[in-house]
Design a protein around this ligand. Structure first.
Ligand code: ADP
Ligand code: MG
Length: 630
């Protein structure tokens, strides 16, 4: 076949497929138009999953009669005038494609009256052709009726799912708009039945309760704002994050309940979803995902929403800043509301969820009591009880003695029976009282699985994760050195010639100062080549090339790059790689030394990335489990 230019009709039908993939996309485009028109009441009606009919009724400013037909032309929009406007898009629409696309694959009726005009007009467009236009009386606003979607695109029709599935997607679409615009009223009627309605109260929480129910609503806590002060859009340079996040008691089996809105536009972003799940690390079971609805506000000049026709994907100019802002906001909320192993005194309260409670649940469920206590996930009580205790305790974080306890003598058994310690065992979830040091003195008993140090302490049995603990120790040591005379270095006898390749060269340039501050002695040596004269002393036992490569990989990966400054973040990356790994057998003396050093840390309860360094199994729990106590 010879090459021919497609007829405009075929071309527009192909293009339409990108904007209108399914009925829910038509709903999305039409509601965006209503919102852009300033409507505060938007009614959506669908039949047969939107295939038969999609109708959106709004009370926005309407379209002037002389422009009504133009609205159906491709690339006809009232929202952009020059290419410069693309730099700061403040409306939801801007491509001027939606009405043209929908009209090319359906039968569309537009009834609209502009606020400044006395009568409205009605237009009918079928398969992209205007078939009629007449004056018609109507209240100000716009009604767009889309019938028989894809009637002329059989291939697309075949791909549509059952009506119920399509209706579900439509409901989801409408609910997301309601979340992002809580001050506007939305209603959705499907096959004559009211399936969703928002009140327009202005409170996002009200919408979330409507969508997910009161039980979920109770387990959502405010992110970046207080409960009664709702997030207000403010276009700042730095990304602002607000919304709601679920307590760890609330979890789902997939990421579908992690929602993002950028300047009120629903967006999909895997990396941001990762930022959220990271913040929940160790708070949720493996395979469980949090619930979170986050509104990100950012100067429109710093985002490109014009990446995809459906505008669901965006590109951030400074992606990392957005990632960090999200992670920080969620992290701060969780630290405040749920038991966190990061604050010193709470490091101890990170007990395993009550074993006795689990046993009760098991027994009442008529199951055999297995030592492994494998429970259906939903039943494991990582619950509000723990949460409330931790909240109450956060105000009484006990100050660490300023002198490290490294010099404390090894305690004997009698030390552990002090009245305070005994008192503390009455509820293992309570933080240690003010009079005891924030970190217990531990007696090392042995090693388990070459990974955990088993120790005895005032509250009971402790398991210390040797890798996490060492990471914490190295981290504080290096930060201390950074703040003082500089990080200890290991000079190389012969400088190493490091050919970075273009991938690493960029990172080396970007992180040159931070790498120097962390103890790397680097010198530029021709294009993309560096001389390595020294490495951080913590890497002294590692091949210097590998040390640098692993560090750069850590930067590129970005996951461990979390900290208050670039320097601290890099130190965290290095410590993770330099620390003793799990699976490494340690001698008793080595383990004792590790535990002593951990005791001397400022924040011994967690590694720099927030994972706990230890778990405690209290005496009381042991006694209960062994049936020594009722
Ligand atoms: P875009 O939204 O990208 O501008 P559309 O094809 O969705 O493109 O709409 C074309 C134009 O029609 C809009 O720019 C707007 O001027 C007008 N329009 C569409 N829907 C409405 C509505 N519900 N209320 C007022 N004007 C509308
Ligand atoms: Mg539009």
């Amino acid at each position: 076949m010879s090459i021919r230019v497609l007829s405009p009709e075929v071309a527009s039908r192909i293009a339409a497929g990108e904007v209108v993939e399914r009925p829910a996309s038509a709903v999305k485009e039409l509601v965006e138009n209503s919102l852009d028109a300033g409507a505060d009441e938007i009614r959506i009606e669908v039949r047969e999953g939107g295939r038969r009919l999609v109708r959106v009724v709004d009370n926005g400013h309407g379209i002037p009669t002389v422009e009504a037909a133009l609205a159906f032309e491709r690339h006809a929009t009232s929202k952009l005038t020059s290419a410069d406007d693309l730099e700061h898009i403040a409306t939801l629409g801007f491509r001027g494609e939606a009405l043209a696309s929908i009209a090319s694959v359906a039968q569309v009726t537009l009834l609209t009256r502009h606020i400044d005009e006395a009568v409205g007009c009605q237009l009918r467009v079928e398969g992209g052709h205007l078939v009629s236009q007449e004056a018609k009386g109507a209240p100000p606003g716009t009604v767009v009726t889309v019938e028989n979607l894809f009637y002329n695109v059989p291939a697309r029709l075949k791909f549509l799912r059952q009506a119920a599935t399509e209706s579900g997607r439509i409901a989801e679409t409408v609910q997301r708009f309601a979340m992002a615009f809580p001050e506007r009223r939305f209603s959705l009627v499907s096959d004559g039945r009211l399936v969703f309605q928002s009140t327009g109260s202005g409170r996002m929480h009200d919408v979330l309760v409507k969508v997910w129910g009161l039980d979920v609503g109770r387990q959502l806590v405010a992110v970046g704002h207080t409960e009664d002060e709702e997030p207000q859009p403010s276009l700042a340079e730095a990304p602002q994050v607000a919304g709601y996040a679920g307590l760890p008691s609330l979890s789902r089996s997939n990421r579908n309940h992690i929602l993002f809105f950028l300047n009120r536009r629903a967006i999909q972003d895997r990396s941001l979803a990762f930022a959220v799940t990271e913040a929940y690390r160790n708070r949720l079971m493996v395979g469980r995902y949090p619930v979170a609805v986050l509104m990100i506000e950012l100067d429109p000049a710093l985002v490109d929403v014009n990446v995809h026709p459906a505008k669901a994907e965006v590109r951030f100019r400074e992606e990392r800043a957005v990632f960090r802002a999200v992670q920080k906001a969620v992290h701060a909320t969780l630290a405040e509301h749920s038991p966190v192993p990061e604050v010193r005194s709470e490091g101890l309260s990170w007990a395993m969820p009550g074993w006795a409670e689990r046993r009760e649940i098991l027994l009442s469920a008529g199951q055999n009591l297995q030592p492994s206590l494998a429970l259906p996930r939903e039943q494991v009580p990582v619950n509000s009880q723990q949460w409330s205790i931790a909240t109450a305790s956060s105000s009484q974080v006990s100050p660490r003695p300023s002198e490290p306890t490294a010099a404390s003598p090894q305690p004997d058994a009698s030390d552990m029976a002090t009245p305070t310690a005994a008192g503390a065992t009455s509820d293992s979830n309570l933080p240690i009282s003010q009079s005891t040091p924030a970190f217990p003195i531990l007696r090392v008993v042995g090693q388990m699985g070459a990974t955990y140090i088993v120790a005895e302490g005032p509250e009971g049995m402790y398991l210390v994760d040797q890798h996490a603990a060492h990471e914490r120790i190295l981290f504080e040591q290096m930060l201390g050195e950074q703040a003082g005379h500089g990080v200890a270095q290991q000079a190389l006898l012969e400088p190493l010639v490091f050919e970075a390749g273009s991938g690493y060269a960029g990172l080396l340039g970007e992180y040159a100062d931070a790498l120097a501050a962390a103890g790397f002695g680097l010198e530029a040596f021709g294009s993309d080549t560096w001389l390595v004269r020294a490495v951080p002393a913590v890497y002294s036992r590692v091949d210097p090339r590998r040390a640098l490569e692993e560090t750069l990989e850590g930067i590129a990966d970005g996951r461990d790059l979390v900290g208050e400054s670039k320097e601290a973040a890099l130190v965290a990356v290095i410590c993770k790689r330099a620390a003793i790994k799990g699976g490494q057998t340690l001698g008793l003396d080595e383990m004792r030394q590790l535990v002593r050093q951990l005791e001397a840390c400022q924040s011994p309860g967690s590694c720099p990335h927030g994972r706990p360094t230890m778990l405690v199994l209290s005496r009381m729990q042991l006694e209960k489990e062994f049936g020594r106590r009722g």
